[in-house]
Design a binder for this molecule. Structure first.
Ligand code: C2O
Ligand code: CU
Length: 574
């Protein structure tokens, strides 16, 4: 198996390949992704891990703004799979978006499905991942979208770029851990290590020799393409003695934002520039740790606070072994204020070439509580959550139940009985959502498949309200089918008189994942102009499995180009 260290060399090679073969700037790029069980050579207690084309992390897709990428997904594994192109709007084409039982039935062993990824406004760093069970843990990779030919970045062209894929590693098979947790109603155990490009790095002995290295030359600038492919952890990341300048997130550019650390939520992506301005002569230090450590608001599980590291190494001509890299410190694992402070600095570019269009009048106001709950323990069973019940999660106290056939198919073919369209726009009861002692009877929720219908061209505002039911935690809510503007964020209960006055309607960042602060709120706005069936869920995978999900259906508009496309012929059958 190729581990992460080879990713950088791989990148150099692929770039060359792409430029060579695309002199005509062909707009369609074809890939074959074979999902397979791949022997795991190190760090594993299991024999195999699930990969694409035998690579972990998976292959990078290189594309240019507006391209069409066609991926033939072949399932050579022994289990059902699906793949999702995270952050791509997929205009009018929800069919190849990927989430299991939302837009498709899974690709069965031996079957294949050709998925079309239609790029439009996206530019920067995105990613792809499996969208079933915990498969995404090892089935993920970068999707890089370069500026269109003849245009360039809104910043000085970096000398080179490097991927930094943050993730988590379990020694045991992740899907059996999920299965156990869903059966017993208890927690999924914390991961055994945090990783950068598949490697825990220098602080774990097993990985020391495989620590990822990023080679730089003094005076040049570099673009780091960050994604958080973790199943549970957010991450703080810093590089000793180097400032970071965030220039994009979730496939949209931001105003250059200089900071000494970044915070990246599960599912998010970030484009970060660094200037190699440290090592100049033999008396200064040539090696610096790139270090990440988790942020987790949940204090109930004993999360692994271990650092994961890569090394930023300046080119030198000495032969002596250089000293240990310098290391910077990072906020503590539960530092919610550091998360808020970082998020406040993100602003969209909002200039002539990158105009923004924040909805000012809102047709659909939604106020949605985001909670960890319980459902009753089935009779004659013992359940393992702290109250002897089963963990669940909900939005407005509706815990999403996955249907047996996919929602898109049911909607398109008017098949009744698969879902209802009565997802509530408001919580049923109002109480102090973020209080320290919430009455225990409020913890119970119910399973149902309730959707929200949107008319074409409707403007939507969602205020997500984090709650302290069960336990307060940061929930990275991700929306498929379109990005949104994050116009506000705050602590405690949302105040509908005062808080809207603080909204940023001038240059809010455009994202597709928003971290709803632990015991706080976040507001997003978007215009529903993408007809289709679009999933919204917490990107902490076990919360998604527990029901922290909602499906939007955006109806067709009147004109021909405002209607959903027909399904491809090779849609996987249920
Ligand atoms: Cu990153 Cu529903 O996805
Ligand atoms: Cu969550």
């Amino acid at each position: 198996m190729k581990f992460g260290t080879s990713l950088i060399t791989l990148f150099g090679f692929c770039m060359l390949g792409s430029i060579f073969f695309t002199t005509a700037w062909a707009k369609t790029r074809n890939h074959t992704f074979i999902v397979q069980e791949t022997p795991c050579t190190r760090l594993c207690h299991t024999k195999n891990i699930l990969t694409v084309n035998g690579q972990f992390p998976g292959p990078t897709i290189y594309a240019w703004k507006g391209d069409t990428v066609i991926v033939k997904v072949i399932n050579h594994a022994k289990k059902n799979i699906t793949l999702h192109w995270h952050g791509v709007a997929q205009p009018r084409n929800p069919w190849t978006d990927g989430p299991e039982y939302i837009t498709q039935c899974p690709i069965q062993p031996g079957a294949n499905f050709t998925q079309q990824i239609q790029l439009t406004d996206e530019e920067g760093t995105l990613w792809w991942h499996a969208h079933k069970d915990f498969d995404l843990n090892t089935v993920h990779g970068l999707l890089i979208v370069y500026p269109k030919q003849g245009t360039t970045y809104p910043f000085n062209k970096p000398h080179k770029e490097f991927p930094l894929i943050l993730g988590e590693w379990w020694k045991k098979d992740v899907n059996s851990l999920l299965e156990e947790a869903l059966q017993s109603g208890g927690e999924v155990p914390a991961s055994d290590a945090n990783t950068i490009n598949g490697q825990p790095g220098d602080f774990l002995p097993c990985s020391k020799n495989y620590t990822v290295k990023v080679h730089v030359e003094h005076g040049k600038s570099y673009l780091l393409r960050l994604i958080n492919a973790g199943l549970t952890n957010g991450y703080f990341l810093a590089i000793a003695k180097h400032n970071l300048t965030v220039v994009g997130t979730d496939g949209s550019y931001t105003k250059p934002y200089a900071t000494d650390l970044v915070y990246i939520a599960p599912g998010q992506t970030m484009d970060v520039l660094i200037k190699a301005n440290q090592f100049q002569n033999s008396s200064s230090h040539p090696r610096y740790y790139i270090v990440a450590r988790p942020y987790v608001g949940n204090t109930r599980v004993d999360y692994d606070g271990n650092k994961t590291t890569a090394i930023l190494e300046y080119e030198t001509n000495y032969t002596t072994i250089p000293a240990r890299p310098l290391l910077s410190s990072l906020p503590a694992i539960g530092d919610t204020d550091a998360v808020a402070k970082f998020a406040d600095g993100l602003r969209s570019l909002a200039d002539k070439d990158h105009p923004i269009d924040v909805p000012k009048t809102i047709n659909e106001h939604m106020y949605i509580t985001v909670s960890i709950n319980d459902v009753p323990c089935p009779p004659n069973k013992t359940c393992k959550d702290p109250l002897g019940k089963k963990y669940a999660a909900s939005l407005n106290n509706v815990s999403f139940e996955f249907p047996q056939i996919n929602i898109l198919h049911a909607y398109y073919n008017s098949i009744p009985g698969v879902y209802t369209t009565n997802f509530p726009d408001k919580p049923t009861y109002y109480f102090n959502f973020t209080s320290d002692d919430i009455p225990t009877d409020l913890i119970l929720t119910k399973k149902a498949t309730k959707l929200k219908m949107l008319n074409y061209n409707t403007t939507v505002e969602i205020v997500f309200q984090g709650t302290n039911i069960g336990i307060g935690e940061n929930h990275p809510m991700h929306l498929h089918g379109q990005s949104f503007y994050v116009v506000g964020r705050g602590t405690g209960n949302f105040d509908k008189k005062k808080d809207p006055l603080t909204y940023n309607l001038v240059d809010p960042p455009m994202e597709s994942t928003v971290g709803v602060p632990k015991n706080g709120w976040a507001t997003i706005r978007f215009r529903a102009v993408n007809p289709g069936v679009w999933y919204m869920h917490c990107h902490v995978d076990r919360h998604m499995e527990w029901g922290m999900d909602l499906v939007f259906i955006t109806k067709n508009g009147k004109s021909a180009d405002a209607k959903m496309l027909p399904p491809p012929k090779d849609m996987p059958p249920c």
